[in-house]
Design a binder for this molecule. Structure first.
Ligand code: IPT
Length: 962
C-alpha cells in the first residue's frame, strides 16, 4: 500500500463514544504471533488464514515490539528521526506483522473490530479479507467485521508500519515506539451516545433509538433530544459526584456515569459551575518503564491516586488522548482534564515551519479526522473540560478546520491550543514556560499587544493558563511557589500544568533506566525525556513533594497565639478535614492537640504548652496539619493534605535564646491528644567552646584533646576524633544539575575553573588555644580567588570549633554553585545521619518547600535522591545539628548538609545510576549557601533572589565527639 498517502484511513466506521455496553464482546488481547521486517515491502501472504506462522515469535498485545526484543526504541524531542520531506518516509521502515487466531463464540453474528491504539499506520485483514487501514496512533479505529466473520476459527492479521505520512503528525517529545499498544476487541456494540448534563441539573442526550434511565434522579425512559431538569449534585474534581445511568437501545444497553457540570468563561475568568476554576495540573504522558505507552489500568489508577494525594487537581493529556479507561478514573476520582489531540509537528520548527502539515491542505482530512475521533470518543466525560487541538504544531489553516468542527459538535467545552499565540482558534490564552514576570503582566492584562487589534482585544479578554511550566527535569523545579502565588492573585490566571508527570526512563539491565542515545540512536535528545515529577517506577521525586505543598488547598497564617486557616478549595468546605497542632521541642513531640476549625476556616487559638520552654537553647516548633477526617476514594483517613509550622521559641523575630517562659495559663481551645507525654528538652548543643585549651605540638602535628590533630606545617586537619580526614576546606563546586547544564551555568562555571580549584596555604599560625590557617582558593589561569581563613579552637571536652572567613578577590561574574566546606572520612565511619533541621527530603534555596523543621534520621543511601541522570542532590537545609555517629556537627545557627559515598567528580561524571559506585570514603558537605535551582532546562532560570553571588562570609561550625 501507499504509506505516503494523506488519507487518514480507509474502511473505517464513523467514530463514536467509548462506552460500557452489555453487548457481547471478545477480548482479543493476549499472545499473538509476530514477525518484524526491516522495511515495508513484505509479501501480504501472511494475511491468508492458511498461512503457516509457526516459525514466528510470540508477542503480547497490547505492546510495543521494540520493548520485546524486536528492534529498539529511539528518543527525540523536537527533531524528526527521518528527513523532513512530507509525505515521504524512509526505506528503513520497521514493519510488524501480527497474527491472532480466535474462535467465534456460538450464536455470534456480526461484530466490529475495535483497536484503541496502534502506532503508527496499521492495516487489518480478517480471514484474508482486507478491512482497511488507519493512522492516528492514539485514537480508536473500528471496522465492520460482520461480513467476514465465520463460525469457529477466525484469523486476524494486522500489519503495523512504523513510518507513514502520518508520522509527520506525531512528533511528540517521547520515545518512538511502534506497535499495537492498546486493547483490541471484537464487539457487538454499535451504540453512540452524547450526554449533556449541566451543574444546574439540565439533562439531555443524543443517541437515536435510545432511552435514558437515571433512577437516582427519577429519570426514566428519557428520549433523545428531550431536556429534563433534575436536582443533581454537581460534579467537580473535588466532589466527583457521578450518577449511574443507562441508555437502552434495541440491541444493547450502555452504562454511563453522568457528572453534572458546566464550564464557562465570564469576564475573562475560567469558571466551573459558575465558580472560578484554578487548575493545579500536571502534564501526563502515558508511560511505564517496561511497557512504554502500553499502560495497564493499575498503572493508570496509580497515576490518578498519586496525583490526588499530591493535591494535583488537573491533567493535560500531553500530547494525545490517553487510554479511555484513564478518563473513567478521572471522572470517578476527580481530576479536571484538558484532552489533547494526537497532533504535533514540532520538527518543522527546525526548518522554518516550511511544509508544516498544519497549514497543508493535503493534511486537512487527517487533522480533522484526529479531532473528530478524540471528541467523539471522549465527549461523555465530565472530567474533560477543554479540548486541545494538539501541541507544538505551528500555525495554519487546518487548525481552523479542526476548531470549527469541534465548536459545532461540542459548544460546551472551550478550545485550547498553545502553538498559535494569536489565539485565533481558541477560547483561552495558553502559553508554555512563560516567566514569572510575563505571567504577572498577563495576570494584569498588561501583556504586549498583538499586531492585529481585533485579535489582541479578543485575546486580552481570555483567561490565561500555562499549559506547561516548571520543567521538572532532574533536580527541581525551582520557582513553583512564586508561580502559584501569581495564579492565586490574578483572577484571569487559571493556573497551569507542570511539565511533566513521569520520567520516561526505560528499564535497562545495565543502565538502570535508559534515555536517549542508550539504544545507539544516531540522533537523539539524551535525558530530555527524564523530566518528570515521579521517577520511572513512580516513586515521587522531591519536586512532587514540593508541588503537593504548593498546591495545598488549605492555607495557614500564624499570628500571636493564633492561626488563621483559609479554605483554598474551589468547591468544598473544610468539614472533611481534621486539624492537629503538634508541639515539638528540638524535634521531639511534647504535645498534640486537636483544633476545632469552622468549616469555612477562620482564626483559631493555638495551644502553647510550656514543656521545653525552660531550655533556652531548645527550639520549640508548632506544626498544624490538615488531615482527611475519613476515607476518601483516593486516600485513607489521616492522609495529610496540608501543613504549616511556626516557631514558638526562641522567638523567631529576635532570634535571641528564650529564657524561662511562663507556662500558658489559658488552656488551648483544642482537645489534647498528647500532652507532655514525652520528657521535654533534649540538649541542644552549643556553638561556643566551653573551655578552650591550647593545641599541643607533637612532632609534625598539633594535637587536640579527643584524638584530633592538625598538620603543623599546613594547618590541615588530619584526624578528627581519631578518624583520618581530609578537609574541611572551602568548596565552590557542585555536580551540575540539568538546569545548571542546559541553562548555561555549568559552561560558565567550568570556564571559570570552579571544578578545579587549587588551595594554597599562606600561613598556619598556632596562637594559644587558636590555630589560624590562612589560605587562598583559586582556579588556575585566573586571577579570581577567595581568601579563606580557618580559625580552629579546641575545647577541653574534645570539641573543635571552626570559624571560617571568606573574602572574594577580583570581580566574580554571575552566580557560583555553592559556598561551603567539604571533607572526607573513612567509609566505615558513617552509615546514618540524624539531624535537626529541615527534612526529611532535600532542599535548595528555591526548592524543598516540603521540607519541614524536625528531627530526622536517614542512612547515607536514603540521603541520596536517585535522579535517573545523576546530578547534585540530597542537600538538607537549615540543619541545626547533625549526628554522624562518631561525632556531631552543629551550626551557628544552621548549615546545609550533604553526605555521600562518592565525590562531586564521580557524581558529575555519572550518566546513569549504576555509574555511582560507593568508594571507601564518606564525602561530607557542610554548606553555607547554594545557588538556586530554577527551571532553565526549559523556561526561566533561578529567580534573582536565589542567585548565590561571591561575597564575604563568615561561617561557624562546631564538631563534638559522640
Ligand atoms: C515543550 C514541549 O511541548 C514538551 O512536549 C516538551 O518537549 C518540553 O518542551 C521539553 O521537555 S516545547 C519547548 C520548545 C518549549
Amino acid at each position: 500500500m501507499d504509506l505516503e498517502t494523506f488519507a487518514p484511513g480507509s474502511g473505517l466506521l464513523a467514530p463514536r463514544a467509548a462506552l460500557h455496553s452489555d453487548a457481547p464482546a471478545l477480548d482479543l488481547n493476549g499472545t499473538w504471533r509476530f514477525r518484524l521486517s526491516p522495511h515495508a515491502d513484505v509479501p501480504e501472504d501472511f494475511a491468508d488464514p492458511g498461512y503457516d506462522d509457526t516459525g514466528w515469535d510470540e508477542l503480547p498485545v497490547p505492546s510495543h515490539w521494540p520493548l520485546h526484543g524486536h528492534g529498539a526504541p529511539a528518543y527525540t524531542n523536537v527533531s524528526y528521526p527521518f528527513p523532513v520531506d512530507p509525505p515521504h518516509v524512509p526505506d528503513e521502515n520497521p514493519t510488524g506483522d501480527h497474527r491472532r487466531v480466535f474462535d467465534l463464540p456460538e450464536g455470534w453474528s456480526g461484530g466490529r473490530l475495535r483497536f484503541e491504539g496502534a502506532d503508527s499506520l496499521a492495516r487489518v485483514w480478517l480471514n484474508g479479507h482486507e478491512l482497511g487501514f488507519w493512522t492516528g496512533s492514539r485514537l480508536p479505529a473500528e471496522f465492520d467485521a460482520g461480513p467476514w466473520l465465520r463460525p469457529g476459527r477466525n484469523v486476524l492479521a494486522v500489519r503495523v508500519h512504523q513510518w507513514s505520512a502520518a508520522s509527520y503528525l506525531e512528533d511528540q517529545d517521547m520515545w518512538w515506539l511502534p506497535g499495537i499498544f492498546r486493547d483490541v476487541t471484537l464487539t457487538q456494540s454499535t451504540a453512540d451516545v452524547f450526554v449533556r448534563a449541566t451543574h444546574d441539573g439540565r439533562l439531555s442526550f443524543d443517541g437515536p433509538g435510545g432511552r435514558l434511565d437515571l433512577p437516582e434522579l427519577g429519570v426514566a425512559g428519557l428520549e433523545p433530544g428531550v431536556e429534563v431538569r433534575v436536582a443533581a449534585e454537581p460534579w467537580t474534581a473535588e466532589t466527583p459526584r457521578l450518577y449511574d445511568a443507562t441508555v437502552t437501545f434495541p440491541g444493547e444497553t450502555v452504562r454511563l456515569r453522568v457528572g453534572f457540570r458546566t464550564i464557562s468563561i465570564e469576564d475573562g475568568v475560567l469558571l466551573a459551575n459558575g465558580r472560578p476554576l484554578l487548575l493545579k495540573g500536571v502534564n501526563r504522558h502515558e508511560f511505564h518503564p517496561a511497557r512504554g505507552r502500553a499502560v495497564t489500568r493499575e498503572t493508570m489508577r496509580e497515576d490518578v491516586l498519586l496525583m490526588k494525594r499530591h493535591n494535583v487537581n488537573a491533567v493535560r493529556t500531553s500530547h494525545y488522548p490517553p487510554h479511555p479507561a484513564f478518563l473513567d478514573l478521572c471522572d470517578e476520582l476527580g481530576l479536571w482534564v484538558v484532552d489533547e489531540c494526537d497532533l504535533e509537528t514540532h520538527g518543522f520548527g527546525q526548518v522554518g515551519w516550511r511544509g508544516n502539515p498544519t497549514d497543508d491542505p493535503r493534511y486537512e482530512a487527517a487533522l480533522l479526522d484526529r479531532m473528530r475521533r478524540m471528541v467523539e470518543r471522549d465527549k461523555n466525560h465530565p472530567s474533560v473540560v477543554m479540548w486541545s487541538l494538539g501541541n507544538e504544531a505551528g500555525v495554519g489553516r487546518n487548525l481552523a478546520v479542526m476548531a470549527g468542527w469541534a465548536r459545532d459538535r461540542d459548544p460546551s467545552r472551550p478550545l485550547h491550543y498553545e502553538g498559535d499565540w494569536s489565539c485565533a482558534h481558541t477560547d483561552v490564552y495558553s502559553r508554555m514556560y512563560a516567566s514569572h514576570a510575563e505571567v504577572e503582566a498577563i495576570g494584569r492584562r498588561a501583556e504586549d499587544p498583538l499586531d492585529d487589534p481585533a485579535l489582541d482585544a479578543r485575546r486580552r479578554a481570555m483567561p490565561f493558563l500555562q499549559c506547561e511550566y516548571a520543567h521538572a527535569m532532574g533536580n527541581g523545579p525551582g520557582g513553583l511557589a512564586e508561580y502559584q502565588e501569581l495564579f492565586e492573585r490574578h483572577p484571569r490566571l487559571a493556573g497551569g500544568f507542570v511539565w511533566e508527570w513521569i520520567d520516561h526512563g526505560l528499564a535497562h539491565p545495565a543502565l538502570g533506566y535508559a534515555y536517549g542515545g542508550d539504544f545507539g540512536e544516531p540522533l537523539h535528545d539524551a535525558n530530555f525525556v527524564i523530566d518528570g515529577l515521579v521517577f520511572p517506577d513512580r516513586t515521587p521525586s522531591p519536586g512532587l513533594d514540593d508541588l503537593k505543598k504548593v498546591f495545598e488547598p488549605v492555607r495557614f497564617s500564624f499570628a500571636d497565639g493564633t492561626v488563621r486557616i483559609v479554605n483554598g478549595h474551589g468547591f468544598r468546605d473544610l468539614s472533611h478535614l481534621r486539624f492537629v497542632a503538634t508541639v515539638e521541642v528540638e524535634g521531639e513531640v511534647v504535645a498534640e492537640h486537636r483544633l476545632e476549625v469552622p468549616a469555612d476556616g477562620g482564626e483559631v487559638k493555638l495551644p502553647d504548652p510550656a514543656y521545653g520552654a525552660a531550655n533556652p537553647r531548645a527550639e520549640r516548633w508548632l506544626t498544624v496539619r490538615a488531615l482527611l477526617a475519613g476515607d476518601e476514594p483516593w486516600a485513607a483517613a489521616g492522609h495529610e493534605v496540608a501543613w504549616s509550622q511556626t516557631r514558638l521559641s526562641p522567638s523567631p523575630a529576635t532570634d535571641t535564646p528564650a529564657t524561662d517562659l511562663p507556662a500558658t495559663d489559658t488552656p488551648p481551645t483544642g482537645t489534647p491528644i498528647i500532652d507532655g507525654g514525652v520528657p521535654a528538652s533534649p540538649a541542644a548543643p552549643e556553638t561556643a567552646v566551653p573551655q578552650a585549651v591550647a593545641l599541643v605540638r607533637d612532632g609534625d602535628e598539633l594535637t587536640a584533646p579527643g584524638g584530633s590533630a592538625f598538620d603543623a606545617r599546613t594547618g590541615r586537619l588530619v584526624r578528627l576524633f581519631g578518624l583520618d580526614v581530609t578537609g574541611p576546606r572551602l568548596d565552590l563546586w557542585r555536580a551540575p544539575t540539568d538546569n545548571d547544564r542546559y541553562g548555561g551555568l555549568e559552561a560558565r562555571w567550568r570556564a571559570l575553573g570552579l571544578h578545579r580549584l587549587t588551595h594554597r596555604t599562606d600561613a598556619a599560625e598556632p596562637d594559644g588555644d587558636t590555630l589560624t590557617v590562612r589560605t587562598r582558593v583559586a582556579p588556575a589561569a585566573s586571577d579570581l580567588g577567595m581568601r579563606a581563613t580557618y580559625r580552629w579552637t579546641a575545647g577541653a571536652d574534645g570539641g573543635l570549633l571552626l570559624r571560617v572567613e571568606i573574602e572574594p578577590e577580583g570581580d566574580w561574574p554571575g552566580p557560583i554553585p555553592r559556598l561551603g566546606l567539604s571533607m572526607t572520612l573513612p567509609g566505615t565511619a558513617v552509615d546514618r545521619v540524624t539531624w535537626f533541621g529541615r527534612g526529611p527530603g532535600e532542599a535548595y534555596p528555591d526548592t524543598g518547600l516540603a521540607a519541614r523543621v524536625g528531627r530526622w534520621t536517614a542512612t547515607l543511601d536514603e540521603l541520596q535522591t536517585p535522579y535517573v541522570h545523576p546530578q547534585e542532590n540530597g542537600h538538607r537545609a537549615e540543619v541545626r545539628w547533625a549526628d554522624f555517629g562518631p561525632f556531631l556537627v552543629s551550626g551557628d545557627p544552621v548549615f546545609g548538609m550533604t553526605a555521600r559515598r562518592w565525590g562531586t567528580e564521580e557524581l558529575a561524571a555519572a550518566r546513569h545510576r549504576p555509574d555511582l559506585v560507593p568508594g571507601d570514603r564518606v564525602h561530607l558537605h557542610l554548606d553555607l549557601a547554594h545557588q538556586g535551582i530554577g527551571t532553565a532546562t526549559c523556561g526561566p532560570g533561578t529567580l534573582p533572589a536565589y542567585d548565590l553571588h561571591a561575597r564575604p562570609a563568615t561561617f561557624t561550625l562546631r564538631f563534638t565527639p559522640a
